[in-house]
Design a protein around this ligand. Structure first.
Ligand code: AHM
Ligand code: MG
Length: 333
């Protein structure tokens, strides 16, 4: 039979980041490459704990109770510690903002010029039933390298983000990243422990899918209700009703990942999701993949968060769908 030749033209997350930096022609210190590659390492470790979680609960339970009735650490707390330690270890960050920490973390010694905002394990309410969860992150430069880092460096519009992405712990572990020149995806190869470039320059798919927690309908604005009606009850074309398909994982990375690859629109209109480390990175990815992201009333990336954990409504996906939502807001507000 025909045996497939082993490929040798391998592009890893790290080599890809370095190549992109060189291509951009900007003088680079390698700080950003180091940061992104440490985010990659953090995600591998988080992937590992996520994948062991169920087994540890069942098999590890007795072993753990023997050691002073200590409770098993929650996965989101564990993921947060992993992420923080790996980023701090690069010496390239000045401020860290995590969903898990009420206050921003200002790095005192070995400080660099970057700010990393992140949700170490988003969608963790899904973990006990094996549904995909993920890490979301964004990166800013500090405003002024010679000044002492402050919250002013963080409370900035998403248009100033220099990189954003997520890592999804799904049927495989996949890292999706933008540094402002398109979106690329890297799949974790469990054999070599490398993130390999598997999805080059992702462009939003074209399927008609809407994704929303409709249990919150009682709280939806008129515009959202009107939009939902329009996708569920479109006028018939040649005797067929071109209704959309509904998909809702309830895990932002899962819902955004599907939206990127297949197309459609993801909505969380009641303002649960956090601007800095949930909305901005996903909005940046969408725009870089040819889509849009909006609060319904304005471009998501132009929002300026009032505080590090501020929330906003979000609509993201295919440009035409997001435009339709915005038009309804203009009309019905
Ligand atoms: P979390 O940060 O507490 O995990 O909440 C964020 C998650 C998102 O992943 C997801 O889009 C949303 O909450 C789902 O919310 P709901 O369960 O209300 O539909
Ligand atoms: Mg979250």
């Amino acid at each position: 039979g025909h045996s497939e030749e082993l490929r040798t033209d391998i592009v890893t997350l790290t080599t890809h980041i370095i190549a992109e930096q060189q291509k951009s022609g900007k003088p680079a210190t390698g700080d950003m490459s180091l940061l992104l590659s440490s985010i990659g390492s953090a995600c591998k470790w988080i992937s590992n704990v996520v994948r062991k979680a169920e087994l540890l609960k069942v098999i590890g339970a007795t072993a753990i109770t023997n050691v002073q009735a200590e409770t098993v650490q929650k996965l989101d707390v564990l993921s947060n510690e992993i992420f923080i330690n790996l980023i701090k270890g690069t010496g390239r960050a000045a401020i860290l903002v995590s969903e898990e920490n009420d206050e921003a973390i200002f790095i005192e010694s070995e400080r660099g010029h970057y700010i990393v905002v992140f949700d170490p394990l988003d969608g963790s309410s899904n973990i006990d039933c094996g549904v995909s969860v993920g890490t979301i992150f964004g990166i800013y430069h500090v405003l002024d390298r010679s000044a002492k880092p402050s919250l002013k460096d963080v409370l900035r519009p998403g248009t100033e983000m220099v990189a954003g992405g997520y890592c999804m712990y799904g049927s495989s572990t996949i890292m999706v990243l933008t540094t402002g020149d398109g979106v690329d995806g890297f799949t974790l190869d469990p054999n070599t422990g490398e993130f390999l470039l598997t999805h080059q320059k992702i462009k939003l798919g074209k399927k008609k899918i809407y994704s929303i927690n409709e249990g919150n309908s009682h709280a939806f604005d008129k515009a959202v209700k009107a939009y939902l009606d329009s996708v569920k009850f479109p006028p018939a074309v040649n005797g067929k009703v071109p209704a959309y398909t509904a998909r809702y994982v309830g895990s932002m990375v899962g819902d955004v990942h599907r939206t990127l690859l297949y197309g459609g629109i993801f909505m969380y209109p009641t303002g649960k999701l956090r601007i800095l480390y949930e909305c901005f990175p996903m909005a940046m990815l969408m725009e870089q993949a040819g889509g849009k992201a909006s609060t319904g009333r304005k471009r998501m990336l132009e929002v300026v968060p009032e505080s590090i954990h501020s929330r906003a409504p979000i609509f993201l996906g295919t440009a035409a769908e997001v435009d339709a939502v915005e038009a309804l807001y203009k009309k019905l507000d």
